[in-house]
Ligand binder design. Structure first.
Ligand code: ASP
Ligand code: MG
Length: 402
């Protein structure tokens, strides 16, 4: 029930948030228009699903898989109502009716799918993607029409025609060559017409056109993929925090926003506990040297966010930010046999490798190796094998400050 309440709140917020979204896009559009440069284009807007929609769609899939067809259908109807309600933001009656029809058709189709899956009592990853993708397909349609009705010329691009992926359902990887070609073919014409292109995030399709998704939270990744394929000047990720902070505000009182940092620093900070973005998602942008800006959608005007760039800004101080992570386990291996020996570290790390356990941080001296691990599932066996090399100490429940 608490989970449902949370989803309910997110859903309610979606409606009010759309006004803010339109305002952000309007400002970004104004910034893009440069009368002195006849070739200005953009922006391309990549949207996520309505808050909570993906969770609900996956919930529907789970109910269908468990054979609860009636329960699943009830949730489908509620989802449909909510999308129709949100589409109320479209002020042009003809456009609103068209989008409403699209929404109803999609959900009618979902009801049929749910009926079939409920009989089979099995939901394959391929079907999971077909169902989960609906959140972004619908939200992007709604946003495109809403922009148009608010005086911002916009064209909707079906995400399945913008990102071509492998067939690894629920965690598909982009095929770069095909995606670049698809974006030039399907997004460029919208931009050349001086329209804003609106695409659903998270969703793609195989070469054969079968719907896939990039994995949970994949909308940021979609933005980085499309931005890098179209050589965008900047990629902006609008989230609900001010950017990367110098420390966790729940622990430290006077934090401030880091104005600029390198991709490597952002990756390390994210790995060691900073919860802003999954660094892998912006990797395509970094590879092409496109700066990524993290901004707060709740405060669109008064902050410039954090800029993530390939290299460190010139003149940056030695310390960028502090992150921490709890629940870390420390393993200490001490041995006098290590003195002047070679190949010792290799043998120690081979043990972790054999047990598929990543090591996070390492310190060594001439007679000891100390390292930290996150995943302790196979630590018992690991310690047994390490004891061949020397004395092993394990300390659980430590924390790491980076
Ligand atoms: N809607 C998708 C999810 O909830 C993707 C995203 O939000 O980035 O995982
Ligand atoms: Mg998201």
């Amino acid at each position: 029930p608490r989970e449902l309440e949370r989803l309910e709140a997110a859903f309610t917020a979606a409606l009010a948030d759309l006004d803010a979204v339109i305002a952000i896009i309007r400002a970004s559009r104004q910034a893009a228009i440069q009368p002195e440069s006849p070739d200005w284009r953009g922006p391309v807007v990549v949207v996520s699903a309505l808050g909570g929609a993906t969770d609900r769609l996956l919930g529907v899939a789970a109910e269908a898989g468990a054979g609860d067809i009636e329960g699943a259908r009830e949730h489908v109807r509620a989802l449909c109502d909510r999308h129709v309600e949100v589409a109320g933001i479209i002020t042009t009656p003809a456009e609103r009716t068209a989008v409403e029809q699209f929404i109803r058709q999609e959900f009618a189709e979902l009801e049929r799918i749910v009926g079939a899956l409920g009989v089979l009592r099995e939901v394959s990853p391929r079907w999971l993607d077909a169902i989960a993708s609906m959140g972004e397909i619908l939200s992007s349609r709604i946003v495109a029409a809403a922009l148009a009705s608010h005086g911002l010329a916009a064209g909707w691009v079906d995400a399945r025609k913008a990102i071509v992926t492998t067939g690894d359902f629920t965690a598909a990887a982009p095929l770069w060559h095909e995606t670049t070609a698809a974006d030039h073919k399907n997004i460029d014409p919208v931009l050349i017409e001086r329209n804003i292109a609106v695409v659903g995030g998270f969703v793609g399709a195989t070469r054969e056109g079968v719907t896939t998704t990039l994995g949970r939270g994949g909308s940021d990744y979609s933005a980085a993929i499309i931005g890098s394929c179209l050589d965008a000047t900047e990629i902006q990720i609008w989230t609900d925090v001010d950017g990367m902070l110098t420390a966790d505000p729940r622990i430290v009182k006077h934090t401030h926003v880091v104005p600029q940092l390198s991709f490597d620093e952002a990756s390390e900070l994210a790995y060691f506990g900073a919860k802003v973005l999954h660094p892998a998602t912006i990797q395509p942008a970094v590879a092409k040297n496109i700066p990524v800006r993290i901004l707060n959608s709740k405060r669109p005007s008064d902050i410039s966010g954090t800029l993530v760039t390939s290299s460190r800004p010139p003149g940056a101080g030695p310390l960028t930010a502090i992150a921490s992570k709890k629940g870390v386990t420390v393993v200490d291996i001490a041995s006098t046999r290590m003195l002047m020996a070679h190949g010792f570290l290799r043998r120690i790390f081979e043990v972790f490798d054999r047990h598929e356990t990543p090591v996070d941080m390492v310190t060594t001296s001439e007679v000891s190796v100390c390292l930290t691990v996150d995943n302790t599932a196979r630590l018992g066996r690991i310690v047994e094998e390490l004891q061949e090399f020397g004395e092993v100490h394990v300390e659980a429940d430590r924390a790491l400050v980076a």
